[in-house]
Write a new protein. Structure first.
Length: 315
């Protein structure tokens, strides 16, 4: 019988954890003749009662395991820690808010058992609950990153997926500090089947992602999997050099041949400010890549574990 590890990163999810656990127990019961389960919850420095609930679940259910960080390290660190802890033949990554229907696990499992695919991932066909502005920027992000990157990022892809141990081993080989899971899953390859579904509202609690966090996360994804912005900044520099050379030639000809005096300091001030803005923009792009390189070379741990379910046995 195959073993499925369910990896669930949690940050302030006290309101939704019981709902998630109860819903997953229905799946465990339905698949009891096909597979056995282990649950790996990663407490990402939650400030509510998330850790207390995880202790309670681990005490009454031996299939529940948890990893608790010393502070908030971010969702990507939570996913990575859960993947490193997983012992199953198949591994699933899920959110605790039930926006991704757990019932899809049955179809995902049957798909992998056929041997044709290495991964089965969920893809939302709608963005219910998203504001019009967020929908617009999300579409723009996927268009931009697919133009700039050599790997394909599927529009609507969720973190909810089930994949093989072989694929997991490949993912764990990528020990980079700056992580972007959607890109990493695409980078390692393997045959993936996409299952489409209608996005659901959170079962409880509020989202931890605001517009600014999503924007920073999008920039992280672009920088992690493409160097094209550096080429674009270099191209912009070349264009402005050519424009400057052409304008110098025009001014010289107008002055020598037509006696037209060089004037217009307001327009000159606007040009200086515009060009200075372009320079700062390009320097900012290079600075982002340099900062990521700096963080990688420091070799800091991706996360620090403070407590696991094994500590309960010692108390």
């Amino acid at each position: 019988m195959k073993k499925i590890s369910i990896v669930v990163p949690c940050y302030n999810e006290e309101e939704s954890l019981h709902y998630f656990y109860e819903e997953m127990q229905k799946i465990v019961k339905e698949m009891s003749k096909k597979a056995k389960f282990e649950f790996i919850f990663v407490n990402d420095g939650s400030k509510d009662k998330t850790l207390n609930i995880l202790r309670e679940l681990a005490t009454k259910d031996k299939s529940v395991r948890y990893v608790s960080f010393s502070r908030n390290f971010g969702k990507e660190a939570g996913i990575y820690a859960g993947l490193k802890t997983a012992t199953g033949d198949y591994i699933a990554t899920m959110d605790a808010d039930l926006q991704d229907p757990p019932s899809l696990l049955i179809e995902m499992f049957d798909t992998l058992e056929s041997g044709e695919y290495d991964c089965c991932a969920a893809k939302q066909t709608s963005r219910n609950g998203y504001s019009p502005l967020r929908k617009f920027f999300t579409k723009c992000f996927y268009k931009i990153i697919n133009k700039l990157s050599n790997i394909e990022m599927v529009d609507g892809a969720r973190d909810f997926r089930l994949f093989t141990r072989q694929m997991l081993d490949s993912i764990l080989e990528l020990e980079e500090y700056n992580r972007y899971s959607k890109g990493i899953f695409s980078f390692v390859g393997y045959n993936t089947k996409w299952i489409e579904f209608e996005n659901q509202e959170r079962v409880a609690g509020v989202t931890k992602w605001n517009f600014w966090k999503l924007f920073v996360y999008a920039i992280e994804g672009i920088i992690s999997f493409s160097t094209s912005p550096l080429l674009i900044s270099a191209f912009i520099g070349v264009i402005f050099c050519l424009m400057a050379f052409i304008m110098v030639v025009v001014i010289v000809i107008k002055t020598l041949c037509f006696g037209d005096p060089v004037s217009g300091w307001p327009s000159l001030a606007c040009i200086i400010l515009f060009v200075a803005g372009i320079q700062l923009f390009c320097l900012g792009i290079m600075g982002l890549y340099l900062s990521k390189t700096y963080l990688e070379t420091k070799k800091r741990p991706i996360y620090i574990i403070k407590e696991t379910e094994k500590d309960l046995e010692n108390k």
